[in-house]
Design a protein around this ligand. Structure first.
Ligand SMILES: [Mn+2]
Length: 383
């Protein structure tokens, strides 16, 4: 069984105020070309379809074009989709039962019923895909009135344990959009949003038993605790911190039960790259490649002397400047000297200081946990 594993399309995303519609249309077009060529048994999209819970008309149109493009391929390729933390579960769910007839399976909300399961078949038998939309403990508390989940790990664990999954004989794939953590520190980047204090992390051991984990959420492609549990990452670079990454489309081959899945990275060519360049103004202005002229570019200037309208000069050569930074001995000294004052505290740290000042002691671990939850709630209501 071969399937595409993609996630975090973030349709409608802007990069430092640049509209990425053309870039996204271009890259989604490549996915459709690969689907026509390779004809996988399924296309799995592990959440964050849109960048915002209320996507723009332009974003909805692009998503529509992509789904239509995939669904027109014959023989039909099933498309399996879950919502991510950026999506509105209810909005994404729109027309889900109608789309099922087209073999487009949409799991927006984790409902009262069992997890949505899609069964596909190959020469080795059936493969069950379990679609677990992004969940927070508060979304599913009402499903377990006796013993509600207290954190993200318990929420996922409880949802999985109410399924009757044959882990021994069948091949099972989990499609999920959570922040899974193994023993290794995950690679994160600037285009992701996390909860403060790491409250949203899920211990990956609770999904042990699945033959493949098709995860979304982290934007850098990486394994999550085990060889067969993967974040495929975004199709495009969504922040300067991703400039050095190679984005790719993941093609997963699932063999016989008990064999490890193979993951192949198919090359993607973005319409425009995201890159960094540094040097003196005259160096940076000299001989830029065509790719750099067109790219979303972050420029660092290292000149010591005061420059005359550097941004205006750079704009003559580079069409899509994301930022211009100055890094010389003066700015360095400034930073060194100010280091003490530059410490930016989180709301929790500020509160912790205040509490210590007032009460003459530190918050206990339990009090700290309660405060973390309160700040988390406040942040959610703010969004
Ligand atoms: Mn995302």
């Amino acid at each position: 069984m071969k399937f595409f594993h993609l996630s975090d399309l973030h349709i409608g995303k802007q990069l430092h105020h640049y509209n990425l519609r053309e870039d996204q249309a271009h890259i989604l077009g490549q996915v459709i070309c690969y689907a026509k060529d390779i004809h996988p048994d399924a296309v799995v999209i592990a959440g964050d379809i849109y960048d915002k819970t209320v996507p723009s008309a332009e974003a909805v149109t692009l998503w529509d074009e992509f789904l239509t493009g995939l669904s027109r391929i014959r023989p039909r390729i099933p498309v399996l989709i879950i919502s991510g933390n950026h999506d509105s579960a209810e909005r994404l769910q729109y027309a889900a039962s109608l789309l099922k007839d087209q073999e487009i399976y949409l799991a927006g909300e984790a409902g009262e019923d069992q997890m949505q399961k899609v069964t596909l078949e190959d020469a080795y038998g059936e493969v069950d895909f379990y679609l677990l939309p992004f969940v927070k403990p508060s979304y599913v508390r009402h499903l377990f009135p006796e013993d509600p989940p207290g954190n993200y790990t318990e929420a996922v664990e409880k949802l999985i344990s109410r399924e009757s999954i044959d882990f021994i004989n069948k091949r099972n794939v989990l499609v999920s959009h959570q922040f899974y953590r193994g023993s290794k520190e995950p690679v994160t980047c600037d285009s992701e949003i996390f909860s403060i204090g790491g409250l949203d992390q899920v211990d990956v051991s609770v999904v042990r038993g699945f033959d493949y984990g098709a995860f979304g959420h982290l934007h850098s492609a990486q394994k999550a605790g085990a060889e067969a549990y993967r974040y495929c990452g975004t199709l495009l670079k969504y922040s300067v911190s991703e400039a050095e990454q190679e984005k790719a489309l993941h093609l997963v081959t699932l063999g016989e039960k008990g064999t490890s899945p193979q993951v192949e990275r198919l090359k993607l060519t973005p319409l425009r790259d995201v890159c960094r360049k540094s040097g003196s103004l005259s160096e940076v202005l000299q001989n830029p490649s065509q790719r750099e002229r067109e790219a979303y570019i972050s420029i660092t200037l290292t000149d010591e002397e005061e420059l005359y309208k550097p941004k205006e000069q750079l704009q003559q050569v580079y069409r899509r400047i994301l930022e211009v930074r100055i890094e010389n001995s003066r700015t360095k000294r400034k930073l060194d000297g100010l280091e003490e004052e530059l410490i930016i505290q989180s709301p929790q740290e500020v509160f912790g200081d205040f509490y210590r000042e007032m009460q003459g002691k530190d918050l206990t671990e339990e009090e700290q946990k309660i405060m973390d939850e309160i700040f988390e709630q406040a942040k959610e209501e703010d969004q």
